[in-house]
Every structure is written in structure tokens, then in C-alpha cells.
Ligand binder design. Structure first.
Ligand SMILES: [Ca+2]
Ligand SMILES: [Ca+2]
Length: 547
């Protein structure tokens, strides 16, 4: 059975490689692929079919669902009828639709549809179902011949990159008297939403006159996002760049978080709203393709419980959330593993009473019935006195208080708590099970607190269960992807074996402790399988990525 499993995996791996090589196009900015770009199928789309690929994209407003995201720039509202794939293009339309039922709400004080439906403008947006971190993004598109924007942009935790947000045509009558050059501008904004950043209201804006009207034809817009710089390209030629070093001086570099892709069209009051005559026929933003390349692929499996990115679950991605003004933030200044961790830091003295909570998305926890254990690493600043950390499981509901009064300070320490639930996690994406991490005024002594949390894990444990329950015990491997070492956590000891994709055992280690650290520094980059054999059984095999 195991051999068959490996055999299938081996062949599917070969087939996947062949497909991705044949589909490889090189960036226009790097036609010989000197940089070694790897094409990312999961986020790229040629739009050559007859309908939108719903495995990759989600249409905002479809079935009335906006997933608590941007609904459009009022008076324009995103509406699903304005998205189609036709003649090799994704077409995002803007229409004058007096009979459309607009949302009964406002955005920045402007009602959708306009005051008394004065501007019944419907528009369109799609968003990727997956996040990615760093890469080269290219779009070939033709802006709409109308007073609307066409945008290719990303959002991530407390950050937004508007790679392209171009404006097609000034409105009839040009009521705002905007210069004609607006129609030739290649516009890029880098925006930071971190409330404690000094640059929170200071976006980086670049506007370049590309000497052609952006709605006159298809052009290729490129954006390279590296951990140390960003570069902007037009038809394959670099026209602008910023380095991380120069932006960090101004606290303007917040682009270390995974991002999701957006394609949309909006109206901007300050450039002049379209009149009915501007939208006599639907204005079409046409996108021939979106192509994403990366140096290292990471478009799906972020370690969300290690705060490295969003959760990918039930076909969609979603991030942790805390009120932006609250002290919980995902930060890159101290991590037990990876780049990021969860930080609680109050920059002003804490109020007399408070409850501050970090929430995972609904439906991400999939915990079985019976005895479980939650573990995490915590780092408490030596000047912080904190007695308790509250963890809440939402559905079924359970509050757990973890005593952290005795935790050694100034170092990463693992804490854990066993718990039992008689009902498995509810998987609903609207009110299902989720994880909430909470500090209250009764948990903290004094008015200052600084601590970090990383590498949360859950496992089924043996707190007196029947043997048949223990048989189902799985194990945790983190980090995954890994480079230097991995930690294998299970209540079961035995032999840990790592297989390559040909089914050859490349490493065997005796596991004699609950958390066994295994060096993988000697393994080549790639995909492996890892399993644990005890005297009596083999635990489920898992994928392990070495990068
Ligand atoms: Ca196409
Ligand atoms: Ca981490």
C-alpha cells in the first residue's frame, strides 16, 4: 500500500514538472530568464477559456458575498455580472445600471449608486484564492476608454501594493480639468496600514508618463517584489525602483507579508466621476494575462500557526485579525521560527480595563473529539509581568487559561495545555471553530507588556483514552518548509524516516522524546515524505519540503 502511494506520488510529480516546464513563459523584463524565475501556475492565468477559473479566483459580490472585503469605490460597486472571460481576455466592465439593486450603505460617506442613485455605476473585481510572498508579477492589459481605473494590486497583512492603478479617459466635459497626461500615467502606490507605523498615512506614490494613452492598446506592466527592493517595468523596461534600505529609514517598508492578488476597476471622484454618456456602452478593462514568477514557490502552504502567513483552508486563504489599534500584531522583529511571530506590545500605558484578542478566521480549526493538547512558544520580556494567557476555541466553545506566571523570561519557552472536547470542530466558514488568543487587564501586572508567541500546534494526546483512539494519533512537523532542521512532535516514539520522491529512505533517526529535532541541512531542496514507525504501527506519512 505504501509503495503504491509513493509510486503514484512519484509519477504525479514527474507529470507536474513536465506541465510546468511546457507552460513556462519568461518575464518580458528577463526574456532569457537569467534570474532563474519559476513560473507559478497557482496564481497565473492566460484567461483563454470561456469562464473564470474558480479554483484560482473569487468574484467579489458573487452570491452577495464580499467576504468582508472592499466592495468598490462608491458610488461604484463591484457586481458579479461585470466579470467575463471571452476571446482570450478577462473583461472587467463598468456599467451605468439604474435598475441594479445597490447595497444600502456608504463608503467614505458616499452611498453605493450615488446620492439618490445619481451615479448607478456597477464595476468589477476578482481576487486570488491564494497568497504568495515575493515574485515578479506581469499583466498584459488594455485600460477601459472611460473615466474609470483599471488596477492590478495586492493586499496582505497591514499592507497593500498597487502595482498598476491607471486611469483610462477623462470624463466627458472634463469637469475636474485634470491634465490630459493623466491618460498616459503608469501609477503605482505602496500603502502601509500598520497603525503604529510613522508612515501609516504616507504612501509611496509613483506616476510615470509612458507617452502612450494607457487605453489606446494592450501594454505589459511588470512589478518585481523582492525582500530587499521593488522594481517597476513598462513593456519589459525598468522605469522605477525603491530599495528596502531607503524605505526603512522612513519606516515605509511593510512588504514582508504574503499578499493576495486583485484585478478591479473603480471610479475616483477626484479625477471626475463618469456621467451616463461616458458609460453608454459598458467600459471594458481587458486583461490578456496575469503571470507570476517566483524565485522560491510559496503560493499556498504558509505556516499560519507560526504566523508566517494566512491560513489556506477549504479552498480559500484568510489571515489572522486583531483590531488595528490593539497591541496584537504580526511582526518580523522576533520569531522562534521563520520570519514572523505574534507580538503583544503596548506603545502607550495599558488602560485600566481591557480585553485584547487576536482571532484566526472561522473554520480553520479542524480538531477531533477527545483529548487534545495545544502547544506554543512564548517569549516574555524581562520587564513584563504577565500571569495568564487566555486561549479560546470558538465552536464548540472552550476557554482555556494557561498559567504563564512562572515562565522564564527573555527566552523562547514552550507552553502547553491539555483539553478535552466531546464534539469535533465545526468547519463553517462563517461561524465555525477558530482560535482566539487573548490578554485581559487581569492577566497583566502593571501597565506595560511585551511578549511574543510563535509555532502554535495542536495534537491528539493520550490522557487516558482507549487504544483505538491512540491509533489515530498523527504527528506534527514544523517548520515546513524547512531548511536547517525540523521538529517532529508526537506522543509516539520510534524511527523517523525521510523518503525522497523516488521512495528511497534518505534519513533515519531514532525518536525518543516527544519533540525530536532532526537536522535536514544535508538534504537537497525539494519535496520529501516523512513518517514515524514504532514497534506496533506506522503513523500517517506527511509531505516535507526542504528549501
Ligand atoms: Ca489571453
Ligand atoms: Ca514564525
Amino acid at each position: 500500500m505504501k509503495l503504491n502511494y509513493l509510486h503514484v506520488l512519484q509519477w504525479s510529480f514527474v507529470v507536474c514538472c513536465a506541465l510546468s516546464i511546457s507552460a513556462q513563459n519568461n518575464p518580458m523584463s528577463d526574456p532569457t530568464n537569467a534570474s532563474g524565475w519559476v513560473f507559478c501556475d497557482l496564481l497565473s492565468d492566460e484567461f483563454n477559456g470561456t469562464s473564470l477559473d474558480k479554483n484560482k479566483w473569487w468574484i467579489l459580490g458573487e452570491n452577495g458575498d464580499y467576504r468582508s472585503k472592499w466592495k468598490g469605490r462608491a458610488p461604484g460597486q463591484f457586481a458579479p455580472q461585470n466579470v467575463k472571460v471571452e476571446n482570450g481576455n478577462l473583461i472587467l466592465s463598468s456599467q451605468w445600471e439604474p435598475n441594479f439593486t445597490f447595497l444600502n450603505e456608504s463608503q467614505d460617506g458616499t452611498p453605493y449608486g450615488g446620492v439618490n442613485k445619481s451615479h448607478p455605476i456597477t464595476q468589477a473585481a476578482i481576487i486570488s484564492e491564494r497568497f504568495f510572498k515575493y515574485g515578479y508579477m506581469e499583466i498584459r492589459c488594455k485600460l477601459a476608454e472611460a473615466p474609470v481605473t483599471g488596477a492590478f494590486w495586492t493586499t496582505g497583512y497591514h499592507s497593500e501594493i498597487d502595482m498598476v492603478e491607471n486611469y483610462g479617459k477623462r470624463p466627458i466635459g472634463n469637469p475636474k480639468n485634470r491634465p490630459e497626461s493623466l491618460e498616459r500615467k503608469y501609477r503605482t502606490n505602496l500603502i502601509n496600514w500598520d497603525s503604529e507605523s510613522i508612515s501609516v498615512n504616507d504612501p509611496i506614490k509613483v506616476e510615470t508618463d509612458v507617452n502612450v494613452r494607457v487605453a489606446s492598446d494592450y501594454y505589459v506592466y511588470g512589478f518585481e517584489w523582492d525582500k530587499d527592493y521593488v522594481k517597476i517595468f513598462f513593456n519589459g523596461v525598468e522605469i522605477n525602483r525603491f530599495t528596502r534600505a531607503e524605505l526603512e529609514v522612513k519606516d515605509q517598508w511593510k512588504y514582508m507579508y504574503p499578499q493576495e492578488l486583485w484585478l478591479d476597476t473603480e471610479v475616483f471622484e477626484w479625477y471626475g466621476l463618469p456621467a451616463m454618456a461616458d458609460l453608454n456602452v459598458p467600459a471594458e478593462f481587458k486583461i490578456d494575462y496575469v503571470r507570476i514568477w517566483q524565485k522560491e514557490k510559496n503560493a499556498q502552504d504558509f505556516n499560519a500557526l507560526g504566523f508566517e502567513g494566512p491560513f489556506y483552508y477549504q479552498g480559500r486563504s484568510s489571515n489572522w485579525y486583531a483590531n488595528n489599534t490593539h497591541p496584537w500584531k504580526m511582526k518580523n522583529d522576533k520569531a522562534a521560527t521563520g520570519d514572523l511571530s505574534l507580538r503583544f506590545k503596548n506603545t502607550t500605558p495599558l488602560p485600566a480595563t481591557f480585553t485584547y484578542t487576536m482571532y484566526s478566521p472561522y473554520g480553520v480549526l479542524n480538531l477531533p473529539t477527545g483529548d487534545n493538547e495545544i502547544k506554543m512558544k512564548i517569549w516574555i520580556d524581562p520587564n513584563t509581568a504577565v500571569n495568564n494567557l487566555r486561549v479560546i476555541l470558538r465552536n464548540p466553545f472552550k476557554i482555556m487559561d494557561i498559567d504563564i506566571s512562572g515562565v522564564q523570561k527573555g527566552k523562547w519557552v514552550e507552553i502547553s495545555k491539555g483539553f478535552t472536547r466531546n464534539v469535533a470542530s465545526d468547519l463553517s466558514i462563517t461561524n465555525g471553530d477558530r482560535l482566539e488568543i487573548q490578554l485581559r487587564n487581569t492577566d497583566v501586572v502593571g501597565s506595560n507588556a511585551l511578549l511574543y508567541i510563535d509555532d502554535i500546534s495542536f495534537q491528539k494526546v493520550n490522557l487516558g483514552l482507549k487504544t483505538s483512539e491512540i491509533e489515530k494519533t498523527s504527528f506534527k512537523v514544523f517548520p515546513n518548509p524547512a531548511n536547517e532542521s525540523v521538529t517532529v512532535v508526537s506522543s509516539e516514539n520510534g524511527t523517523v524516516t525521510i523518503f525522497n520522491m523516488l521512495g528511497v529512505a534518505v534519513k533515519k533517526v531514532t525518536k525518543n522524546t516527544q519533540s525530536q529535532v532532526i537536522s535536514v541541512a544535508d538534504l537537497n531542496k525539494g519535496m520529501y515524505l516523512i513518517s514515524i514507525h514504532s514497534n506496533t504501527k506506522t503513523l500517517a506519512t506527511q509531505k516535507l519540503i526542504i528549501e
